[in-house]
Design a protein around this ligand. Structure first.
Ligand code: NAD
Length: 296
């Protein structure tokens, strides 16, 4: 069992770190929020007074932080040079590909092995240990990271070299954001054409219009498996986080010279939904805005 420093115990990290402790690891946890830290300690993690204290003597360092500036700041100021150089560094936050590669290069220059390992699956999957990890790093780094991530995972997939995990994550979420919007449009149009939503679901979920957004996450209440639509779009995956991921995807597309017009349109629509106050709603709640705008 390994000595693991876990930094960032929010919605996601707060579920993930206890699963490592339950698997028998010695998990030294830290978060700027005392409340988040106390919850992790209640669930079997050990309290550290700072990131520096958590990483001292660590064999593995895991971070689950909001955005790139937090990741760059924490690694530059509190991890690199403070954790033993033998420690494996795993960043699970969703950040842009360029920042992921920068921090991995800076870590490598100081003798560390590092991977980016963003996740798919929300808060329930974090707590339940059923996340999908997309890992970017060398074969050797992946071989070390896989057994550590396993107690938190449904699947751990090697995406490629440094930054490849982040690349896979933002491309996946660009598809998800766009398919959700067009699935909402399909339901709204079907209804206006006089189709019953359940009948349309029965057809489209078995026909070529099916996707995860249709089959597993239908944006209409009472249709398909239970989803946030059945709870007035509470819980699930916040629209503000979908917008964050779409912005990362569009930034990457611009840098890479990729033509992604539908991804760009999805970013604009989610921006409008967030501006109208939908940021904390599940991202499938965008159907309300689509329906409203059609009524104007
Ligand atoms: P969150 O804001 O709930 O948690 C982040 C935690 O990091 C907070 O508790 C905060 O106090 C802590 N933190 C910030 N700066 C710190 C520092 N310098 N030192 C120590 N702790 C610090 O965010 P979250 O929902 O847990 O998401 C974390 C990451 O996972 C994000 O990058 C997000 O995009 C990604 N993600 C989230 C979801 C989701 O459904 N919430 C799903 C997939 C991926």
């Amino acid at each position: 069992m390994a000595r693991i420093a876990f930094i960032g115990l929010g919605h996601m990290g707060g579920g993930m770190a206890p699963n490592l402790a339950k698997a028998g690891h010695d998990v030294r946890a830290f978060d700027l929020s005392e409340e988040a830290l106390a919850k992790a300690v209640e669930q079997g993690c050990l309290r550290a007074g700072s990131t520096e204290e958590a990483v001292e003597g660590a064999e593995v360092v895991i971070t689950m932080l909001p955005a790139a500036q937090h990741v760059l700041g924490v690694y530059r100021d509190q991890v690199l040079g403070k954790a033993p150089t033998s420690a494996l560094l795993i960043d699970c936050s969703t950040i842009d590909v360029a920042s992921a590669r920068t921090v991995e290069e800076e870590a490598a220059a100081k003798g560390y092995t590092m991977v980016d390992a963003p996740v798919s699956g929300g808060i329930a999957a974090a707590a339940g240990g059923t996340l999908t990890f997309m890992v970017g790093g060398s074969d050797e780094a992946f071989a070390k990271a896989e057994p550590i991530l396993d107690p938190m995972a449904k699947a751990v997939i090697h995406a490629g070299g440094p930054g490849a995990g982040q690349a896979a994550k933002i491309c996946n979420n660009m598809i998800l954001g766009a398919t959700m919007i067009v699935t909402c449009e399909g339901f709204v149009l079907a209804q206006k054409l006089g189709l019953d939503p359940q009948v349309f679901f029965d057809i489209a979920s078995k026909a070529s219009g099916q996707s995860w957004s249709m089959t597993s996450y239908a944006p209409v209440p009472g249709v398909g498996p239970e989803t946030p639509a059945d709870h007035d779009y509470e819980g699930g995956f916040a629209a503000a986080l979908m917008l964050k991921d779409l912005k990362l995807a569009m930034q990457a597309a611009q840098e890479a010279g990729a033509y992604t017009p539908i991804g760009g349109e999805a970013e604009e629509l989610f921006q409008r939904f967030v501006d109208r106050g939908g940021g904390n709603k599940d991202f499938s709640g965008i159907i309300k805005m689509i329906d409203d705008s059609w009524k104007v």
